[in-house]
Design a protein around this ligand. Structure first.
Ligand code: GMT
Length: 377
């Protein structure tokens, strides 16, 4: 198959899933054409069968706001036409689904069919898509997609109810390469950052307000009242300065370690005794899954798709949003009970391998592509 993939190429979870999916499809012999404004972050090396098409954006002075969605449409038309794409798979609805819709209409005028599948990832539905400036367009673009997938049951239900859409949405969960994401015994972070008696909490995100990273710092403060511990923070974003300020204010500047944006996530996750995800909203929680694959029990808020991933009292714990006292209590419980911690760590890895390994999820996308290509929709 010749497949076009459009995604945000940066550190966000949707871009990661799109890129890893493209790589796996290419390994299976499919030809994959990424269409975006920059080469995806996780595509830093040559991979056979993968091609990248950069969307050039005009900076003509009259266009005060960049017209990326339109430039993307034209690039999709070109790539579909000249590379002979069978379909386009867009990740994150805004503006990708709308661009794909326009591209398919343009090609229709030339008697060429281009089907497109939209994968909904999270804030495209729960946050940005609900803004009045986007809502009608997001609803329309989802309805016009030949196929739609959502990364959790939660996100499917939200889409159907929030947008009043009556359309079959296939749930295809996030996935992880459990061979790459596995606990490393010689973890440099553990050696360099903490002494033997210190426990390590880890959080990885893009530091947006929705991630509630400051909760992770407050949880560390409570945990440290009982046991010596440090917090490793990887990633960067708008809330980073606020987090640094809070760590200083709580006198934890040495105990909260900011790593910034990082590529070697399995190494960082291998240092984790516990992974924290106190998000306000989370449609699936890809980094929690990556942590589980590295044998880190996850303590998270009970929002969105997280309860579909984390089994409370088995692979980790779930608490109400903002209930840092409970989350800290759960962390202390796990960190002071070696037997329980080992069991949860093992359960977490087992669950990641059994239900969310790439070998289980990637074929679901391929089956869905074939279904859509063979349907009359
Ligand atoms: O929040 C992020 O990390 C970025 C965002 C995105 O769309 O790029 O992530 C969303 O997609 C991920 C991959 O499907 C999900 O695992 C995340 O839960 C989801 N984030 C939110 O819902 C806030």
């Amino acid at each position: 198959m010749k497949i076009g993939i459009t995604c945000y190429p940066t550190y966000g979870g949707s871009g990661v899933i799109a890129t890893e999916l493209g790589i796996e499809l290419a390994k299976l012999g499919h030809e994959v054409h990424f269409i975006s404004y920059a080469i995806p972050q996780r595509l830093s090396r040559f991979v056979q069968n993968i091609f990248f098409h950069e969307v050039e954006i005009s900076n003509y002075p009259l266009f005060e706001h960049q017209l990326y969605g339109l430039a993307l449409t034209s690039k999709m038309v070109d790539v579909a036409k000249y590379e002979g794409l069978d379909l386009i798979h867009v990740h994150y609805a805004i503006p990708h689904a709308t661009s794909a819709y326009l591209a398919s209409r343009i090609l229709e005028r030339e008697n060429k069919e281009l089907k497109f599948i939209t994968t909904l990832h999270g804030t495209d539905i729960t946050l940005a898509g609900l803004e009045p400036s986007f809502l009608p367009l997001v609803k329309f673009s989802i309805e016009q997609s030949n196929g739609v997938t959502a990364v959790s049951r939660f996100l499917r239900e939200k889409t159907l109810t929030n947008y009043g859409i009556e359309k079959e949405i296939r749930v295809i969960n996030n996935f992880v390469d459990t061979e790459k994401f596995k606990r490393k015994v010689d973890c440099v972070y553990r050696e360099k950052i903490a002494s033997n008696s210190e426990k390590i909490l880890v959080h990885i995100s893009n530091f947006r307000p929705i991630k509630r990273v400051t909760d992770a710092i407050r949880i560390l403060e409570l945990v440290r009242k009982e046991i010596p511990a440090k917090l490793l923070l990887a990633g960067d974003g708008p809330d980073r300065s606020e987090c640094e300020r809070l760590a200083r204010q709580l006198g934890l500047q040495k105990e909260v370690i900011f790593l910034g944006k990082q590529d070697g996530l399995p190494q960082i996750l291998s240092a984790a005794d516990v992974f924290l995800m106190p998000s306000q909203s989370e449609s699936f929680g890809l980094s929690a899954l990556e942590a589980m694959a590295c044998e880190a029990p996850v303590i998270s808020s009970s929002v969105g798709g997280l309860p579909e991933l984390i089994v409370h009292n088995e692979t980790g714990y779930i608490a109400e949003i903002g209930d840092i006292n409970r989350m800290a209590k759960y962390a202390i419980d796990l960190l002071t009970n070696e037997k329980k911690h080992k069991l949860f760590a093992r359960n977490a890895r087992k669950r990641a391998v059994k239900f969310f390994d790439k070998s289980r999820i990637v074929p679901q996308y391929l089956d869905y592509y074939n279904e859509i290509l063979n349907s009359s929709l």
